[in-house]
Design a protein around this ligand. Structure first.
Ligand code: NAP
Ligand code: GLV
Length: 330
């Protein structure tokens, strides 16, 4: 029997590749840089399925040029790079990888929160530059107290919940705002649901976990940033586009807020001369929320299983457009 053809747009763990190779004829993009839009379009025009990444833009014109495509398997939970409506229209199943990365991404939210609050990166740099001349100075390097403070979670989904749970471990009071209220989480963990306005005005640390959608695009701008406490720290592990970067720069330089921890940026990658990189009260990471060995391997294996199910015409373990099943009759 002729095996289906698949394209993998970035390196993945060898056991995930082995799994795919048992079921399909595989082509792997060999570079660290993602394929260009033209290269991606050309590659997907000939295959039955693909493993894709957050940097691969899957739009209407690319899908129109890919008549054989039956399944797209994204190695991520965010899907702002994929035109899901168009994929569904074309009866293409779209897999994704929720859950398996929630804990590691929440760990990193806390790494960022603590790093900014307690000035970890800034003071490490100071030591390495040879400035540590007095063993212990009572007034040097004072930061913000994390324990006992209020943690605001914007977007109480998989990652928001894991971040909130970590807050409880630090004796923080957890408030949240989300599209849907979660009474069961309020009951189980004591989280408090608050209005959008209140989460900005009352959080000492505001951790952002909403997806990037037309509704959340540049959602956190001057107006909301000005309502935050001057002592507040913003942590963004969602997508850079949820925050208006120019407004954030203003907020950080004019003292509307005291700091920010950013794992994501708009634009990505951040240009090395971007003014935000010149600020001491910001820690910027290169989009590594899920980058633990364990999580990434789980993501790659889940993406491989989603791909194989789609190639077999079966329902996916994690499908982002389950409405497609109806037209596929599965
Ligand atoms: P999720 O489980 O779908 O959670 C998203 C939450 O946001 C849901 O609770 C959703 O509400 C809520 N929400 C959606 N739109 C909203 C709006 N306009 N206002 C308020 N709340 C809104 O997703 P997740 O797994 O937690 O991931 C969240 C995002 O994190 C992803 O979309 C991705 O962009 C980003 N991410 C980044 C990294 C990284 O490496 N930095 C890693 C993984 C994910 P409902 O409960 O009503 O659905
Ligand atoms: C990573 O950014 C993801 O969405 O999983």
């Amino acid at each position: 029997m002729v095996k289906p053809r698949v394209y993998v747009t970035r390196q993945i763990f060898p056991d995930a590749l082995d799994l795919i190779e048992k079921h399909a004829e595989l082509e792997l993009w060999p570079e660290d840089e993602p394929p260009s839009a033209e290269e991606l379009k050309a590659a997907l025009s000939e295959v039955d399925g693909a493993i894709i990444n957050v940097m691969d833009r899957i739009d209407e014109s690319l899908l129109a040029a890919a008549p054989k495509l039956r399944v797209l398997s994204q190695v991520a939970v965010g899907l702002d790079n994929v035109d899901l409506v168009e994929a569904t229209k074309r009866e293409i199943m779209v897999g994704y990888t929720p859950g398996v990365l929630a804990k590691s991404t929440a760990d990193l939210a806390f790494a960022l929160l603590l790093a900014v609050a307690r000035r970890v990166v800034e003071s490490d740099k100071w030591v390495r530059e040879g400035n540590w001349k007095i063993s212990h100075h009572p007034m040097f390097w004072l930061g913000s107290e994390v324990n006992g403070s209020t943690l605001g979670i914007l977007g109480m989904g998989g990652i928001g919940l894991e971040t909130a749970k970590r807050g409880l471990g630090f004796d923080m009071k957890v408030i949240y705002h989300s599209r849907t209220r979660k009474p069961e989480l309020e009951k189980k963990y004591g989280f408090k649901y608050v209005s959008l306005k209140r989460i900005f005005t009352h959080s000492d640390f505001l951790s952002v976990h909403v997806p990037l959608t037309p509704e959340t695009n540049k959602f956190i701008g001057e107006k909301l940033l000005k309502t935050m406490k001057q002592s507040a720290i913003l942590v963004n592990l969602a997508r850079g586009g949820v925050v208006d970067t120019d407004a954030l720069h203003k907020a950080l330089t004019k003292g509307w807020i005291s700091g920010a921890g950013l794992d994501v940026f708009d634009p990505e990658p951040v240009p090395s001369d971007h003014p935000i990189l010149g600020l001491d009260n910001v820690v910027v990471l290169p989009h590594i929320g899920s980058a633990s060995n364990q999580s990434r391997r789980e993501m790659h294996l889940l993406a491989a299983r989603n791909l194989i199910s789609g190639l077999n015409g079966e329902r996916l373990e994690e499908c982002a457009n389950p409405e497609v099943y109806k037209s596929l009759g599965i």
